[in-house]
Write a protein that binds this ligand. Structure first.
Ligand code: FAD
Length: 432
């Protein structure tokens, strides 16, 4: 079978690799001049680095298996993670039950309540009924108002910005229920959490997958935008593409897979039935807005810091070089200042310099010694369709992978329903 694939991110390249493995011939079109989509990289100190922080959890077996199959198993490294919570002018470690017990901003009773709720969520198996509550409602009831405000609300804001109070409890449950799997062996759930990273960045995986496809007779194009899916008699038969800014041309396929965000898909396929497009348009996305600092020294000793102080204009500080050592990047210390925003937020409209200026004074709150002279370089990245907002009853709104048009498939992040994954992300960290 000949298959046309729209998008050269993780989903497009993953599909291309799997289909090639099964003897099909694929052609991938990526509109950007590089592969990797949301997990794409830029160069820092001679090394590729993700535009937005990335790591793997132990449960991300698909990526670990893919690396193994591509001969990159030895490049996947597992590193102890560290999580902190910035609250009340202080960075509180937030990795273990003992850290919670030492977390003075909450009364002893509130600490116990938060601890018990966490334990309960880690062990609870059923999630469907949690879809009917928002995390805010549910947590207020179970963890108490103070516990919710101080611990859980910042986590929700850290991922969903102003939509924080609309997020389904089922989403938050997933972050807790499955957290133990990223912890090493030992007293269950108490051992240190480890996170994975490909030593040469995720780009190494994407390049190896693309190379495999090409070696087997497929093609992978960058700077190649798909303008339309060709549909004849209710069946997808090809793509109209524009490669390297040339004239639009038609290519014929037996099947087409699109990995584009939900709001782009109907533009490529205007003949999609209304019932299906209604599901596509119900998806609300937040943009990830990132300022990446390259510094001559560390800002903190923590990899992942949730910001629970709303006077700071960003939601998390991810210090990548407290995960992968700075020697990897020519000695530079790498800090992501992360926000999830929509276009109603004034910060969304600020450019690189403006955002840097707005953020900078707040770094002194996290580390009073911080001085602007530490920053050697800074970068700005914005990923428009970074985070679908997972609201109450979300599972009913997910568009089918198999679209109503025969031979046309959609695979994007709105369908990667976290709840159906095998064990996944950590409770303290709502990243990735
Ligand atoms: C800041 C940030 C941090 C993250 N951290 C983690 C993490 O730690 N762990 C984790 O597992 N996940 C993480 N993620 C999520 C992860 O990056 C995504 O789930 C994954 O990359 C999505 O891959 P995809 O192929 O589905 O989509 P995308 O990467 O969005 O790929 C879609 C591709 O389609 C292309 N495209 C769009 N329209 C067209 C067109 N008309 N023609 C041709 N091409 C087109 C786009 O350019 C894009 O490259 C993070 C995401 C962000 C934004």
């Amino acid at each position: 079978m000949r298959v046309g694939i729209i998008g050269g991110g993780a989903a497009g390249l993953g599909a291309a690799y799997e289909l090639t493995l099964r003897g099909h011939t694929v052609e991938v079109f990526e509109q950007a001049p590089f592969l990797g989509g949301q997990a794409s990289t830029f160069e820092v100190g001679g090394q590729p680095l993700e535009r937005g922080y990335h790591h793997l959890f132990r449960s991300d077996t698909a990526m670990a298996d893919l690396m193994q199959e591509l001969g990159l198993g030895h490049r996947l490294t597992w590193i102890d993670s560290s999580v902190g919570f910035f609250y009340d002018g202080k960075v509180w470690p937030f990795m273990s039950p003992m850290d919670l017990l030492r977390f003075k901003p909450l009364s002893l009773i509130d600490r116990f309540r938060v601890g018990l709720v966490t334990l309960y969520l880690q062990r609870r198996k059923e999630w469907k009924s949690l879809e009917q509550s928002t995390a805010a409602e549910w947590m207020r009831r179970r963890a108490g108002e103070k516990g919710y405000r101080v611990v859980f609300e910042p986590m929700l804001r850290g991922k969903f910005g102003r939509f924080y109070d609309q997020v389904s409890m089922a989403w938050l449950w997933n972050k807790f229920a499955l957290r133990t799997t990223s912890r090493g062996k030992g007293l269950k759930g108490m051992a240190k959490e480890q996170l994975g990273y490909p030593v040469g960045s995720f780009d190494e995986v994407f390049q190896a997958a693309a190379a495999y496809v090409v070696e087997k007779g497929g093609q992978v194009h960058t700077s190649a935008a798909v303008e339309q899916v060709v549909v004849e008699d209710g069946r997808a038969t090809g793509l109209t593409v524009r490669v390297n800014g040339g004239e639009p041309e038609q290519r014929l396929y037996d099947a087409v897979i699109a990995t584009v965000p939900s709001y782009i898909f109907p533009k490529l396929v205007p003949s999609l039935p209304e019932e299906y497009t209604a599901k596509l348009s119900s998806a609300t996305y937040l943009a990830a807005v990132l300022v990446v600092l390259l510094m001559d020294r560390p800002l903190s000793s923590v990899y992942w810091m949730n910001i629970a102080d709303r006077s700071l204009p960003f939601l998390a500080i991810i210090e990548h070089t407290n995960f992968m050592p700075p020697e990897h990047y020519g000695g530079k210390h790498i800090v992501y200042l992360a926000n999830y925003l929509d276009d109603q937020d004034p910060l969304f409209h600020k450019g690189r310099e403006e955002l840097f200026e707005a953020y900078l004074p707040h770094l002194k709150k996290v580390n009073p010694e911080f001085d602007v002279s530490w920053v050697e370089e800074y970068h700005y990245h914005r990923e428009a369709a970074a985070q679908p907002v997972v609201t109450k009853g979300y599972s009913a709104q997910i568009p089918d992978v198999r679209t109503p048009i025969s031979g046309l498939y959609l695979a994007n992040t709105t369908q990667r329903y976290e709840l159906q994954r095998t064990p996944g992300p950590s409770g303290g960290r709502c990243g990735g």
